[in-house]
Design a protein around this ligand. Sequence first.
Ligand SMILES: [Zn+2]
Length: 341
Amino acid sequence: MSLEAMVSERGAVLLGNSVACDAFDEGRPLRIVTHAHADHLVGLKQSLRQCEKVLMTAATRDLIEVMNGSLGLADGNVETLEYGETLQYGDERITLVKAEHILGAAQVLVEATSGGRVAYTGDFRLDGTPVLDCDTLVVEATYGNPSCRRPFKMGVKELLVSMVEKKLRDGAVYVFGFHGKLQEVMQILHDADVSVPFVMPERVFHVSQVCERHGMQLGCLTLSTEKEGRTLLDENLPCVAFYHMNSRGHVGLSNPRVCVSGWEFRSPCRQIGAKEHLIALSDHSDFDDLIEYVRRSKPKRVITDNYRVSHGETLAKEINKRLGIHAVAMPKKTAHWETLV
Ligand SMILES: [Zn+2]
């Protein structure tokens, strides 16, 4: 018997009979948080109060605690599941599967004892994400438009490293990005033996510490509010300063700067200011990789997440056209629109 799946008007991805992912839903006893980005924490306070269990990976729990401490995870019935671990609930089995996105990100698979399988990708980058085999697939649609293609995926990391190394000759280099992406940049630079200190404000520092606790290696982390970090920045000594994208207009204005963003399809590296470059480093699949995931997954039916981005309708049409698989966008009218990078 096939299991149901849909995306509610409030952005909850409903799988089978019991699970609501990434937003609160009144009728569902189980809430799953696929990862720590804010548009996947919709109604989490309500879920913590009302759901029987709130499920996520341990890394996602730790990230939410430092990024959104006010949500009060400790007050709710949070249970952590590791990748591949299964929870039996009634006649359904729930499994979290790795998604390559930010630390702790998971796909969700729900299987009925009678044999039906439904899955939700959450946000993902195809490279490093296992493709789930299922009857109904709910897929993210961030770059679900054919104009969102990055034909230059290879070599972006090398370009980032050489750009930072070049800019370090002029002193402190400022890197701007979102939580998760900043830590990916630290890891890339650390792996490439860029051994200058990494300086950052408190929030970025705490997120980075969680990443290190869960196995990422990020280099020499220094707080910008402490003497050593302050001196490095004030005296423009060779270091890399990591700041959230929101600080881009306030700090490091006269320094060499690098922004990392997925919303760039023309070139892997583009100059956007006198001393500023944009590097196209994305933690989402581009259009071709979304189609490729669906092709490999071979579902009978696809639902595109039309709540979090504007490309759900387009992606559904393209899946119908290119793969001959029945696909619909849900919810029908975009109830909420948010640009993600
Ligand atoms: Zn995300």
